[in-house]
Design a protein around this ligand. Structure first.
Ligand code: JDK
Length: 248
């Protein structure tokens, strides 16, 4: 998979080269390229923003540098031409909520281009152009209901969730096989390792019993209890307690 990231803060993407993605890159599974949007400006001041039509606070990213950058990256001419499926990912606070199924779907592409905005975001005609006129898959994604200062941190999150799904990245086969059995809408059961007693807290006896049937049943019950307590929205029927509530 080729991942291109366009941003006015290319250094922000340095963590993407670490750990998981670093290994994937060394193994030739992922190639990450980070680009400075200002390389596609044409004025002396390398301007990327302007005032919003209709008024309001802040600045909006102009479409022309984005159009030049995305055309270059999405449709390289000659020997750089890429067959296969490409998608344009635009992190935005007003996008569709990014979730595991989104990651799985994007992991099928062989070219992802991330457009990381700043200020109040990117002129809306950029997404419209590539979706409606170029016919590209354009994913406008939010990573959660909070407001970041730009798309870079969201791109890091999305890239990490996608790349760990690529064959050969995780030490993959076993972990992902197990993960595919995880019931969607159910949180994970708690996990334990050595030592058996730590600061007076003991590992639940059932886990050291060797009784696989009882262990599976205990984990199911723990996952259900944890889902009810932490994510009543997933458990269904319930309402979340206000923040700071201490369960009795
Ligand atoms: C991309 C710029 C910053 C800040 C105004 C008013 C209510 C905010 C854009 N999940 C998530 N959260 N935040 C992002 C994200 C923020 C971004 C960009 C992604 C590019 N910003 C910014 C404030 C506003 N807006 C109405 C929401 C807009 C992704």
């Amino acid at each position: 998979m080729l991942i291109d990231v366009v941003t006015i803060f290319p250094e922000y993407l340095a963590p993407a080269r670490l750990s998981l993605l670093g290994k994937a890159a060394d193994a030739g599974i992922v190639r990450l390229r980070v680009h400075d949007l200002r390389d596609w400006t044409s004025d002396r001041h390398r301007t990327v923003d302007d005032t919003p039509y209709g008024g309001g606070a802040g600045m909006v990213m102009r479409p022309e540098p984005w159009g030049r950058a995305l055309d270059d990256l999405l449709a390289p001419a000659g020997p750089e031409a890429r067959p296969g499926t490409a998608a344009l990912v635009i992190p935005t606070a007003s996008g569709e909520l990014f979730a595991q199924d989104t990651a799985a779907r994007l992991a099928q592409a062989d070219h992802l281009v991330f457009a990381c905005g700043r200020y109040e975001g990117i002129d809306a005609r950029v997404a419209a152009h590539y979706r409606d006129r170029v016919g590209l898959a354009v994913a406008e994604l939010s990573i959660g209901d909070y407001v970041l200062a730009g798309g870079e941190a969201a791109a890091l999150v999305i890239i990490e969730a996608i790349t760990r799904l690529l064959p050969g990245v995780l030490g993959n086969a076993e972990s992902l096989a197990e993960e595919s059995h995880v019931k969607p809408g159910l949180l994970e059961y708690p996990v334990y390792t050595k030592p058996p007693s730590w600061r007076g807290l003991d590992v639940p006896e059932v886990l050291t019993s060797g009784h696989h049937g009882r262990i599976a049943e205990w984990r199911r019950a723990q996952a259900a209890e944890r889902t009810r307590r932490m994510r009543p929205d997933l458990a269904g029927g319930g309402f979340a307690a206000p923040p700071g509530t201490v369960e009795g």
